[in-house]
Design a protein around this ligand. Structure first.
Ligand code: ZN
Length: 99
């Protein structure tokens, strides 16, 4: 993961700059923010299947089930998110009280 560089300034991302949004088969969608220039990016990364090992996860079984059952992120979701962010004025109070 630390081999991924910021496309803006070339800084390497660190584990705590990376948020996993979800995955479809071996393609993982990551939300990264650069520690140096704070630019954000969406990254689709292909992860090779490794030998199944002793599970190392901070997720509870219920959370794992939830993520496994959640529908994969598709291009439409990314487009929706993009459109949403362009419209969104940052007012979360208004967002969550909207009827
Ligand atoms: Zn950067």
């Amino acid at each position: 993961m630390s081999t991924i560089k910021c496309s803006v300034c070339g800084e390497h991302y660190e584990a705590n700059n990376i948020k996993v949004l979800g995955h479809r088969d071996n393609i993982w969608f990551l939300n990264v923010s650069c520690p140096a220039c704070h630019s954000r990016a969406l990254i689709a990364a292909t992860i090779k299947e490794a030998e199944p090992s002793e599970g190392v996860t901070e997720l509870t079984e219920a959370e794992l089930t939830k993520f496994v059952e959640a529908s994969p992120i598709g291009a439409d979701d990314i487009l929706d998110l993009h459109a949403f962010l362009q419209e969104f004025d940052g007012d979360f109070v208004e967002l969550f009280t909207r009827k």
